[in-house]
Design a protein around this ligand. Structure first.
Ligand code: NAD
Length: 498
C-alpha cells in the first residue's frame, strides 16, 4: 500500500510504529496510509530547524521574497497535479481544489511584498540627539497544525507568512489528507528555500502534544474544531508560547424582505453546499426576515437544491463531491436525524444518497430543514456537511441577534438592497467576518482572517498584517550618539520628553 511520510531536512530511517488510513472518498476504500510521528521525531525536526533558521533570518528580505515569487510560479505550473492530488484525498471537486490552492497562493503573493511590510518605524529627534526606531524580528521556530478541509490554503496561510518573516516552520497537516502539504514543501525547496526552513511532520494528537510542549517552538498556529482549538490554545499558552487557534463555525445568512431572492438562492446554493458544506465559511443557516420572505425563499430554494449535482471529484459538472470519511458521513446523517427528532421540518432529505458506480463513496445528498429553532442542538452545533437550516425571524432586530447570540462567530452574511440596514448590521453583529451581499466573506490575503467567540482563541488573525505580527516580535531601539563633548549628568529620575 502507498505510504505517505514526513518531509524532513534529514534522513530518518527509524520505521514508524503507528499509521493512519487515508481514504478514497469517491470509492470508499483505503488508498494509502500515513506514518504518524512522535516526540522523538519532532526533536530531530526542531534541531534541523534551529540549525537553519539564523541563516534564513539573516537573508535579506528581498531574497526571501524571491523564493516566494519562485514558489508561486512553481505552484501555478503544477496546479493541475496538485488539484487532482487534493481532490483524491479530500473529495472536493477539481475546480474547488484549484480554488483551495489559489487562495493559499494569494497569501504567498502578499508575502512577495515582505520587504515593504517589514520596513519598521523611525522617529528622528525623539529627544535631544535621540532617535528611536523599531523593527520586527522572527520569533524563531513556529509550528502549524491544520484541518482536513483546506489542505492547500491553510498550510500556505501559515507557512507563507512564517517563512517570509524569517522563521523556520514545522507543519503538522491533517492525517486525513496529508499529501498536498508534502508536495507544497517539495516545491518550496525547488523554489530555493534552504533545507530545514519548512518541514512537514505527520501525526495525530501525540504529535500535536509534542509540538505544544516543545520548549524551542515559540509560536503555534492552529485551525480545526473548537474543542481542540481551545485545548491547543490552553496547553500552548501554559507552555509559554504565543498561540492562535481558529475553531468551528455556524455562519448565518440573513435575507431581508428587499433582497434579490434569485441572487440569494444562487449564492446560498454555492455557500451552503459547495465542498459538501465542509468549509468554516459555509452558510449552513439561512434566516429569512418576515413570513412572506420565508415562503418565497423556500419556494425558490427547494427546486434549486433538488437540481444540485452530486458527483465524483473529477466530474466537471458536479457541484460537490463526497465528504472526507465514512465516519464524517455518518456524523452528518446522525445530525440530520437529530434535527428530525428535535422537531425541525425535513424538507429535502440527503440521507441514503448513492452514486451509481460509486456505491461505497462517502456521498451525502443536499438537505434542507425549515422551522429550525434556536433551542435545537442541531442548530447550536456545527454539522459541517451539505445541510441547510432555515430559521425564520420576525424582524431585523431578531435576525441580528441570532448570529450574535450563537456560540460561534466566524462569518455572517446579510442580503439586502438597503444601505442603512447593511451599515447597522455590519456595525452591530457580534461576528468577526461580515459579508454584505457576499455569501462567503473570506477576506483577501492582505486583509486578515479570523472569527470571534468560540471560532477563535487568541488575539491575532491569520495572514495580512495580523499574521506578520503573530510570526514576529517587535524590538524598539532608542539611540543617542554623543557629539564627543562633555557627557550628560547621571539621571536618577525616569527620563521624559517634557
Ligand atoms: P480537527 O479539530 O479534527 O483537526 C484539526 C487538527 O487537529 C488536525 O491536524 C488533527 O490531527 C488535530 N487533532 C485532532 N484531534 C486532536 C486531539 N484530540 N488533540 C490534538 N490535536 C488533534 O478538525 P478537522 O475535522 O480536521 O477540520 C474541520 C474543523 O475545522 C471544523 O470545525 C471547521 O469549522 C474548522 N475550521 C476552522 C477554520 C477557521 O479558520 N475558523 C478553517 C477551517 C476549518
Amino acid at each position: 500500500m502507498r505510504e505517505i511520510s514526513h518531509k524532513l531536512a534529514f534522513v530518518h530511517d527509524t520505521p514508524p510504529t503507528r499509521y493512519s488510513d487515508v481514504f478514497d472518498p469517491n470509492n470508499g476504500g483505503v488508498q494509502a496510509r500515513v506514518a504518524l510521528g512522535d516526540a522523538a521525531l519532532l526533536d530531530l525536526a526542531v534541531a534541523a530547524a534551529k540549525k537553519a533558521q539564523p541563516g534564513w533570518a539573516a537573508t535579506n528580505p528581498q531574497r526571501r521574497a524571491r523564493v516566494m515569487f519562485n514558489f508561486k510560479s512553481l505552484v501555478e505550473a503544477n496546479m493541475n497535479e496538485l488539484a487532482h492530488l487534493l481532490s483524491s484525498e479530500h473529495g472536493k471537486v477539481i475546480a474547488d481544489s484549484k480554488g483551495d490552492i489559489q487562495r493559499g497562493l494569494e497569501v504567498i503573493e502578499f508575502c512577495c511584498g515582505i520587504p515593504h511590510v517589514l520596513k519598521g518605524e523611525f522617529t528622528q529627534g525623539a529627544g535631544p540627539g535621540i532617535d528611536v526606531y523599531s523593527f520586527r524580528q522572527p520569533i524563531g521556530i513556529g509550528a502549524g497544525i491544520t484541518p482536513f478541509n483546506f489542505p492547500g490554503m491553510i498550510p500556505l496561510w501559515m507557512s507563507g507568512v512564517a517563512i517570509a518573516t524569517g522563521n523556520a516552520f514545522i507543519l503538522k497537516p491533517s492525517e486525513r489528507d496529508p499529501s498536498v502539504p508534502v508536495r507544497l514543501a517539495e516545491l518550496f525547496l525547488e523554489a530555493g528555500l534552504p533545507e530545514g526552513i519548512l518541514q512537514v511532520v505527520q501525526g495525530d494528537k501525540e504529535m500535536v502534544d509534542a509540538i505544544l510542549d516543545h520548549p524551542d517552538i515559540k509560536g503555534v498556529s492552529f485551525v480545526g474544531s473548537s474543542d481542540i482549538a481551545h485545548y491547543v490554545y490552553n496547553r500552548g499558552v501554559a507552555a509559554g508560547k504565543r498561540v492562535q487557534a481558529m475553531g468551528g463555525a455556524k455562519n448565518h445568512g440573513i435575507v431581508m424582505p428587499d433582497a434579490d431572492l434569485d441572487q440569494v438562492v444562487n449564492d446560498l446554493s454555492g455557500a451552503a453546499f459547495g465542498s459538501a458544506g465542509e468549509r468554516c465559511m459555509a452558510l449552513p443557516v439561512v434566516v429569512p426576515v418576515g413570513e412572506k420572505t420565508a415562503i418565497a425563499l423556500r419556494e425558490k430554494l427547494i427546486p434549486a437544491i433538488e437540481a444540485l449535482r452530486v458527483g465524483v471529484s473529477t466530474d466537471a459538472e458536479a457541484h460537490y463531491g463526497p465528504v472526507v470519511t465514512a465516519a464524517h458521513k455518518q456524523k452528518i446523517e446522525n445530525w440530520i436525524q437529530t434535527g428530525v427528532d428535535e422537531g425541525a421540518e425535513l424538507v429535502v432529505d440527503g440521507r441514503g444518497f448513492t452514486l451509481q458506480g460509486h456505491e461505497e463513496g462517502f456521498f451525502v445528498g443536499p438537505t434542507l430543514f425549515d422551522h429550525v429553532t434556536t433551542d435545537m442542538s442541531a442548530y447550536k452545533e456545527e454539522i459541517f456537511g451539505p445541510v441547510l437550516q432555515m430559521v425564520r425571524a420576525d424582524s431585523f432586530e431578531e435576525a441580528v441577534s441570532l448570529p450574535s447570540k450563537h456560540q460561534y462567530g466566524n462569518g455572517v452574511a446579510l442580503f439586502t438592497r438597503n444601505g442603512h440596514a447593511a451599515r447597522e448590521f455590519a456595525a452591530r453583529v457580534d461576528v468577526g467576518m461580515v459579508g454584505i451581499n457576499v455569501p462567503i466573506p473570506v477576506p483577501v490575503a492582505y486583509h486578515t482572517f479570523g472569527g470571534w467567540k468560540r471560532s477563535a482563541f487568541g488575539d491575532t488573525n491569520q495572514h495580512g498584517m495580523e499574521g506578520v505580527k503573530f510570526w514576529t516580535k517587535v524590538k524598539t531601539v532608542t539611540q543617542r550618539w554623543p557629539d564627543g563633548g562633555a557627557s550628560a549628568d547621571s539621571a536618577f529620575v525616569i527620563p521624559t520628553m517634557g
